[in-house]
Ligand binder design. Sequence first.
Ligand SMILES: [Zn+2]
Length: 617
Amino acid sequence: MSAINRFLLENKLRIATNPCVSPDFCLDWSALRDELRAGKAMKVYAKSRFDTAAGAFTLVENVQGDCAWRLQGDAGKADTLHDAVALTDGTTVFPATFANLLKLKNLIQAHHAASTIFPTATEQLGRSTLGIGARFTTLHWPAVEWAMSALSLGVTANQNSIPRELVYDTAVMLAGKLDTVPFPFIGTHVPEGHQGQSVEGMSHGCVLSKLKTGFHRRGIAWSFNADHQPIGGKFDSREDALVTGCVLASYITFDLSPELAQTTVADDAGGWVAAHVPAALVATVKARVAKAGLTLNEADFAKLLAYVWPALQKMKVRDEKYAAARAKLFTTAVGRAYLRELSIDELPGLTTAETTAIMLALCEALGMKIHFVAPAFGFQKNMPYPDNAALRSLIEKQWAVCQNFGASIGFHSGSGKSAENYQVMGQVTGSRLEIKTSGRYTYEMGRALFASKNAADQALWRDWYTFTLELALLGAFSADATEQKMARVFITDALAKSGQATDVFADPAATRGALAALVASPEHMFWFEYNFLHVLAAGGRAEKAALGDHTPAGYQQRARFYAISDEGRLNFSKNIASYIVFLAENTGLAPAATCAAAHKLLAGYTSLDAMLNDISK
Ligand SMILES: [Zn+2]
C-alpha cells in the first residue's frame, strides 16, 4: 500500500468526503475486493460503460468512495491492468488505481481514437476555450459537464496551477517538505497545494466524473490544463516530478517567471546575444517579426532576448520532457498530443505588440507550436476592466500579432470581468481566446452555502465568513505594511458598498464593531479575498500558522465542504453552470439562443439528480 493511501486510511480520510488527495481512487483494495467477491451491493454507474478491445468496462463504487473497474469480456486482453480479480459471475474487477488509469487510457484510445473519456488536445480546443479552475473537484466537475453538454461546447474542464494550488507530490507532502508560496496581502507564506488535492488525484477524478455522469457519451472533447508550469529558477530541482505528475494534462501553460526572476541582463545586451544565441535563430526571429509587420528597435530587441533566452532554453528542455513522458506511457497519437500556452503576463508592465511577436517568433524558431499566448492587459483579478474602448484597442494590437502567428489570446486573471469586457474580448478575436477563471468558483460555493436553508450548510457558511472577518481584522492592524494596506482596502470596500462609514481604523475595537454591524454576505470583498484559505485551514482557525495544513487537521476541515447538503450542491452546480453559460454567451463561444435555453433549463431544476441526469442526454 502506498504511503499516501496508508496515511488517508489511518486518519479515516476517505475518498467520499476527501476526494483527489491520493492519485488512486481506491485506497483499500483488499476491502473493496472482498465486498465485490461477496456480492455486496454497491453503486454501479450504468452510464459509465465503455468498450475496448478487451470488452466493456463499468465503474463501481462502495460507500467509502473506493472505485473498481468491472470488465465484461476477455480479461486476457486487459492483462496490462494490475490486480485483476475474477468474480463468479464471469466478470473481472480491477482497482481504480492511477497505474490502471494510465493503462486504461491506452486501451480506450487504441480502440476509439475519438473517445472523449480522457482530456485531449483537439484543434478546436487549441483555438477557443474557457479555462475552468476546479477548486472543489468532485463537487465542481458535474456542473462543468452539464454546461458543456447543454452548450455542445468543449472547454478546459479541469485547470489548476501546479504546484501552487495542487500538491505536486504526495510523498513530499507527507514528509512535510512542500515549499511555500508568498501571499503578500496576508503577510505570510502558505504551503503549496493550498487546496489539498494532488495533481494526479485531480487528473483521475476529472476522468471518473465524466464517466459517472455519462458525459463521454456526448462525444464532446475537453481539455485539462496544467496551469502556470514554472520554468527554471528554484523549480529546476523538481522539474521531473512536475512532468510526471502532469502526464494526463492535455494542455500545458509555460510560465517563465521563476527563471526571469533570477536573470540579470548584461550591460552589453547586444554583445551577450551575439555570444550566446545562435546567429541563425536571431536572424530567423527578426525576419519573422518583420513579416508580421513590426519594426524592431535593435537595442530593445537585444535587451529582451538577453532577458528571456536562458528561460526559453529551459522551456524547450521542459517541453521535450513533457513529450517524452507521454511517448513513454501512451501508445496512440491522440493520447500523446498536448496544447501549449505561453504566459507572458508575468513580464513587467503591459505587454507590447513587439514583445508578443518576438516571443511567438522565438517559440516558432524553437519548434514549439503555441496555441495560446497570454499578454498582460493590466487586469486585476475579480475586477471589471473600467474602460471598454481602451480594452478594445489593447486587444486589437495584440490580436494583430497573434493572428499572424496562428495563436489565440489567453486572458489570465479573467474572472469577474463585466459582460461588456467579455464581449470586447470575443469580438476582437473572433472568439479565438481563452478566459481563465478559478477564484470565481470558490465565491460561487460561498453563495451556494449562504443561500442554502440546510442547517449544516449555514453553520459552514457562518464559520467561513467569520474566518475571513478575523483574518481581515488581524491584517488591518498588522505591522506588515502591505498586509495592513490590503486588509483595510477590503474592509473599506465592504463598508462603503453597504452604505457604512469607512473611518473605522482608530483602534481594533472600532474596526471590529463596524464589521460586526455588517450583515454577513459573500459579496463583501474581505470574504472574497481570504475565502480560499479556509478549505485547508487546520481546525478552520483564522491563524496564519493554520493555513494550508496538510496534516489530518487540515483535511478534516476540507471534509466539511465535501459533506454539504444536496441543496448546497444543487445551488453550487447551478451557480457554476450559469457562470460558464454567461462566459460562453458573451465571448461568442456559443450562440445566444443556445445560452438562453440553457439558462432556462437551469432555472427549472429542483434537484441535483434531475440536473445531472440531463448531462448524457
Ligand atoms: Zn499568466
